[in-house]
Design a protein around this ligand. Structure first.
Ligand SMILES: [Zn+2]
Length: 437
């Protein structure tokens, strides 16, 4: 394994300062995967070339590796196939192989961490893919996974009208009812390898009464349906949510909550969740409570622009309000519902909602680490400091001048290992001798 080496930059985004700074050199150690030193060089202290073994990223724009705070490695774009038929019709090997490709694509697009919020009918295989990445078997972002999401009976479940004849879908989330089962389920998730507990505060539960042609986006298929045939309704009572959060805290795991209603989100924030995902409907009172409870908001605008296209302008307005009020953001698009490798879309939409470039980049780095549970996740990443994971990317163009710059990732390092250089993938296949390590 290589000795420590230094990366020299001319322009670097420092998320802690929320500013672009000049002439920073970062020394990293591939043995530990950590940053060893961060120093400011005197101008012109380097010549036209850097010392042997070092990396010259001068002339590029360097920033920490990006964190996508809401992903699904086992989903591919709903434009290709609705989630329902992905889960029903695709084989386990196909879904695993797709996930392997998704992880590689994500890493090459600059995402060194994925917060993967439920395996979508693939049981605990997200934890197993995480471990394969950590063992160096496949390239991919560092994964923090939820395994199966928690919901109550008859809520986040695939169902069919032919259930009476034994037609079944694969099991997805874990259906639990009551405080005792909530406690047991969290214990089971932790034992199954979950880093994060994910639960649904609300969902479209009346799927059989006015069956949609597909779940995402919701299209009512019967004639003369009521105005809102299958609205999001609560799936848990307050005491069940309280128990999920209490039990997760005992296991030192953060809790992420899917919320589509103000009522559901408010109950979850009161219970003490670390993050609220989506919040398709939100208001000032909810955001105020989130500020008080230090709850991180992951608005998943990239999925909203697709499945809530009709009222997307309202969702952008809500996001703008949350930003103005000072709600803490993390950047995650529900990636997988649209193609992996296009996680940058979420950053573009946050900026459309009025967020500054600097705050957007900070949400997609430090904010992502906070969404992973801060120090509960067992490591630090997302900014540049001695002892942090050595995750770093470089852009060919300057995002302050070129809106498309974030889509042109030229260099990717994760844990002090380089995966992309001069715009080309490297280190995708391990050398044979490495297998004997
Ligand atoms: Zn999701």
């Amino acid at each position: 394994m290589a000795a420590p080496y230094t990366v020299h930059t001319s322009t670097l985004f420092d998320p802690k300062k929320k500013a672009f700074v000049s002439n920073i050199s970062i020394t990293v150690d591939p043995k530990t995967g950590l940053i060893v030193d961060v120093t400011e060089r005197k101008p012109d202290s380097l010549g036209s070339t850097v010392p042997d073994g070092d990396i010259d990223l001068r002339g590029k724009v360097v920033m920490p590796g990006l964190v996508d705070a809401h992903t699904h490695i086992f989903l591919h774009s709903y434009d290709e196939r609705p989630s329902l038929t992905q889960k029903r019709d695709e084989s386990v090997p196909e879904r695993v192989i797709r996930a392997v490709h998704h992880c590689r694509t994500a890493l090459l697009s600059g995402y060194t961490t994925y917060r993967d919020l439920s395996s979508e009918s693939m049981q605990e295989m997200d934890a197993q893919i995480r471990d394969c990445i950590n063992r160096g078997l496949i390239p991919g972002p560092r994964l923090f996974v939820a395994t199966r999401a928690l919901a109550s009976t008859g809520s986040y479940e695939l169902r069919t009208e032919n259930h009476a004849n034994g037609v079944c879908y694969p099991r997805g989330g874990e259906a639990i009812d009551g405080v005792d089962e909530a406690r047991t389920a969290v214990r089971r998730r932790i034992a199954a390898g979950a880093d994060i507990i994910k639960f649904f505060a609300d969902y479209r539960r009346r799927i059989m009464r006015y069956p949609p042609t597909q779940q995402h986006p919701y299209i009512a298929s019967p004639t003369h349906p009521p105005k809102d045939p299958n609205p999001d309704i609560l799936v848990f009572a307050q005491e069940e949510m309280d128990m999920i959060v209490k039990e997760a805290a005992m296991a030192k795991a953060p809790v992420a909550c899917h919320a589509g209603t103000i009522e559901g989100a408010t109950m979850a924030v009161k219970a003490g969740v670390a993050t609220i995902e989506h919040a398709y409907f939100a208001n000032e009172e909810l955001f105020q409570l989130m500020i008080e409870k230090k709850c991180v908001f992951v608005p998943t605008l990239a999925v909203c622009e697709r499945v809530h296209a009709k009222r997307f302008h309202e969702i952008l307005d809500q996001t703008r309000l949350a930003y103005k009020m000072g709600v803490r953001f993390a950047c995650g698009g529900d990636t997988g519902t649209y193609p992996h490798g296009q996680g940058v879309r979420e950053m573009e939409l946050l900026m459309d909602a009025g967020m500054s470039l600097e705050d957007t980049l900070e949400s997609c780095t430090v904010g992502g680490w906070e969404a992973c549970g801060k120090d509960l996740c067992g490591m630090r990443f997302g900014w540049f400091e001695k002892g942090l994971r050595a995750d770093l990317i470089a852009l060919r163009a300057d995002p302050r001048e070129d809106k498309r710059a974030l889509r042109r990732v030229d260099f990717v390092m994760k844990d002090a290992t380089i995966y992309k250089r001069d715009g080309k993938a490297v280190g995708m296949i391990r050398d044979d001798h490495e297998w004997d390590r």
